[in-house]
Design a binder for this molecule. Sequence first.
Ligand code: CAA
Length: 387
Amino acid sequence: MESLLSKENVEWREKTRAIAEEYVRPVAAELDRTGEYPWKVMEVLRENGITGLWVPKEYGGQNAGSLNLCIVVEELSRTCGGVGVSYAVNALGTLPILMGGTEAQKKKYLPMVSTGEKYASFCLSEKEAGSDAGSLKTTARKENADYIINGDKKWTTNGGVASIFSVFATTNPDRGTRGISAFLIERDEEGFEVGKREDLMGIRCVPVNETHFRNCRIPADRLIGGRENSGFKHAMMTLDRGRPGVAAQAVGLAQGAFELALNYARKREQFGQPIINNQAIQFLFADMGTRIEAARGLVYHAARSVDAGTKDASKLAAMCKVFATDTAMWVTTEAVQVFGGYGYCRDYPIEKYMRDAKITQIYEGTNQIQRLVIGRSILREATATDK
Ligand code: CAA
């Protein structure tokens, strides 16, 4: 994998790894226990020009693309999955603006996230609209020069700290997915409220909230792209670009758990020798290492496809999400097994990896939905070849 990375990729990786080792690893257990947002880490990322990595230079970012974003997320997640998503969700929150926003919206909102001054969030899911995102019920009604938003959102990652929210609402309830539009909501908007914070199994340092809209009046120029009814496509295109990031988070978690377990297996003695001397344990590491390398290869391939804008980028994004997150769940579970009874205790850092890994199989589309996206793409490609 090393030789396949550019000098720039390696530089981002080394820079982020050094930050993660110095600022994330020592506080990961504490952040998990207290649920405190990683303010200090985000500040260091900001000082090092890592916030806004995916944003073009004219909007204050680094224009470094999806592959470098994945590399950074992987390195942060290698030491803490919660920090990985705290950082990455800003990309998810700003991608709708980046891909579909007007020039004025890009100029106004992107620089404040690029510079790390403000955080962003993505509000698509609702209580009754999870996998079936197109069935969302939040409405946006045009009234003169304003829109009035009403409804409730669920699973707003970064909800407690974000200042900018990309919100999906229906402007034409009769038109299904073709009636959904995307809006920009600012935190202090009247009628907008960040509600209950979820008590999560893992990624505990990032606030995931409910968000509520009660006659929330916003100016019409907050309609992303200035056009109604293209919101669902923007949401899907955003997720196509976000999913390699979740997969990278999973690769980082798997790699981090692998390293901890390997260290432990080399030191832990039973029956008069380190447990790594047992072939059963060596074979386990052989399988873990192989699957991690395969997952990383697929994630980087998908990220390169996103950067190049290839036709199969959506399918590859879903494929890498399924493969890498299932790998992370398996590797982190086996890593706990290597630690035996100690692995089940919070005194050791390994069980957190398993808890952090679980969400990667669920958010930004469950792995069942990814398989649906992959299946539909394969069928579409086959039909196109028939013609
Ligand atoms: N790019 C562009 N357009 C797309 C697209 C894509 N990848 N996928 C679908 N579309 C378009 C279709 O072409 C179609 O367009 P037309 O109306 O012109 O025909 C339209 O969108 C509707 O598409 P479908 O008929 O395929 O829609 P569907 O209702 O069957 O749903 C789905 C498709 C893939 C299941 C989608 O609902 C989905 O991805 N669900 C999962 C949602 C999800 O990932 N939620 C996570 C939210 S984020 C989160 O977890 C919280 C967080 O903050 C981290």
